[in-house]
Design a protein around this ligand. Structure first.
Ligand code: URA
Length: 423
């Protein structure tokens, strides 16, 4: 095989042969196909798409690039969830311990922030002492003892995706259905979970902003999982506005702990409960009262055990940013919309995310939202508080968040926000 032939075939709108796909993914992982060749191929895939058979084969080749794990030795059934990425999406934090409370093992192999979207590992690292890197043995032991683990994927799992993902991030080729679907599903299938619930985001703050594209992504991933023997379900959920009232690492941990204490914002609770029900049902548990486990502290107990098992102090004070600035309303009105992308970019610029690979994030940085959709505002009211350790960042964050609140005339009836749009 020759990389140039494979690139030309896709560039000209052709369908890649299975053997071509196997070869190019393997050769790229081994460094035989160069980064510039794979970036040309990724752009050709971005522009010309892939047939369903090509996506399946590409996913299989990415799985074959590394190890496959198995949870068969566990005494509990397993269920996992994956979000396609959003703003204020801290759902994994309350969800994993909540589901584990009912005897289902939740192996959450999570990632770091990408662009304007936050990363679960970055959030948890705001907790003093907590560590993301576990060996496979440590992970298995924690799943057996605590039931929930949130950790970094080991380097052996789908190494082709690790390389390709980093390449896509810097070549403008992230937002392509074949590439997102194969990236997510190769990791999930290689991980070996029996059941998977996908949270596919749609709207301004999602990678797929159009609902039709989000639906196609969901359908593609469900088909890939089902074909691989993983019981896979997708929820299509709203990401036009941020989830909850906090965006940023420690700020989101604090809000997640509120949910685990039986409180927290209604949208975060609604999505956590909806995803927990799907995960539990896919593991055969339909007879459980999910809300009760949030209200009576059982999920909180599992959270504390999960954090402590990874070296974290669940009772320690969370870091706070050294500087804050307020954002106030200029007019009266009612919040009809809150742009997730604008808020996400502001949080990123305040230091909650990275501007270069490998950069350290600020634990305390982010945006605290004081007026969300449906709420009345008077001129001068607090809309948000911006947090950062590096006050020179306030200017660009303010530029990013400018216009994020869409204020309708006072008294306008704003329809209640729907979080779960479809299943
Ligand atoms: N998350 C992933 O793991 N991969 C993608 O391509 C997009 C989101």
């Amino acid at each position: 095989f020759d990389a140039i032939d494979v690139i030309r075939a896709k560039r000209d709108g052709g369908v890649l042969e299975p053997a071509q796909i196997d070869w190019v993914v393997d050769a790229y992982t081994r460094g035989v196909v160069a980064e510039e060749q794979m970036s040309a191929l990724a752009m050709a895939i971005f522009l010309n798409g892939m047939e369903r058979e090509e996506i399946s084969r590409w996913t299989a080749a990415m799985i074959a690039s590394g190890e496959r794990m198995s949870f068969d030795a566990l005494s509990r059934p397993t269920a996992d969830k994956h979000s396609t990425g959003g703003v204020g999406d801290k759902i994994t934090l309350p969800l994993a311990p909540l589901v584990a409370t009912f005897g289902v093992a939740v192996p959450q192999l999570s990632g770091r922030g990408l662009g304007h979207t936050g990363g679960t590992l970055d959030k948890l690292e705001a907790i003093p002492g907590w560590r993301a890197a576990l060996s496979n043995e440590e992970m298995m032991a924690q799943l057996e003892e605590v039931g929930a683990v949130i950790c970094a994927a080991g380097s052996g799992l789908a190494p082709a995706d690790k390389k390709l993902y980093a390449l896509r991030d810097v070549t403008g080729t992230v937002e392509a259905i074949p590439l997102i679907a194969s990236s997510i599903m190769s990791k999930k299938i290689a991980e070996g979970t029996a059941a998977l619930v996908l949270d596919v985001k749609t709207g301004a703050g999602a990678f797929m902003t159009e609902e039709a594209d989000s639906r196609e992504l969901a359908r593609t991933m469900v088909d890939l999982g089902t074909d691989a023997g993983v019981a896979t379900v997708a929820l299509l959920t709203d990401m036009s506005a941020p989830l909850g009232r906090t965006v940023g690492n420690a700020l989101e941990v604090r809000e997640s702990v509120e949910v685990l204490a039986g409180g927290g914002p209604a949208d975060v609770v609604e999505l956590t409960v909806a995803l927990a029900r799907e995960m539990l049902a896919s593991a055969g548990r339909t007879d459980v009262d999910v809300e009760a486990a949030l209200a009576d502290g059982r999920a909180m107990d599992t959270w504390k055990a999960m954090i402590a098992a990874q070296g974290g102090d669940p009772d320690a004070a969370l870091p706070v940013a050294a500087h804050t600035e307020e954002l106030r309303a200029e007019a009266d009105g009612v919040v009809a919309g809150l742009d997730a992308m604008k808020v996400g970019v502001a949080g990123w610029r305040l230091g909650a995310g990275r501007s270069r690979p490998g950069e350290a994030v600020q634990a305390g940085a982010g945006v605290e939202i004081h007026r969300h959709i449906g709420e009345e505002v008077r001129a001068g009211d607090l809309l948000a508080v911006l947090h950062t350790d590096t006050p020179e960042r306030f200017g660009r964050a303010r530029e990013a968040i400018d216009g994020a609140w869409d204020l309708a005339a006072p008294g306008t009836a704003v329809p209640a926000r729907r979080i779960v749009l479809d299943r």
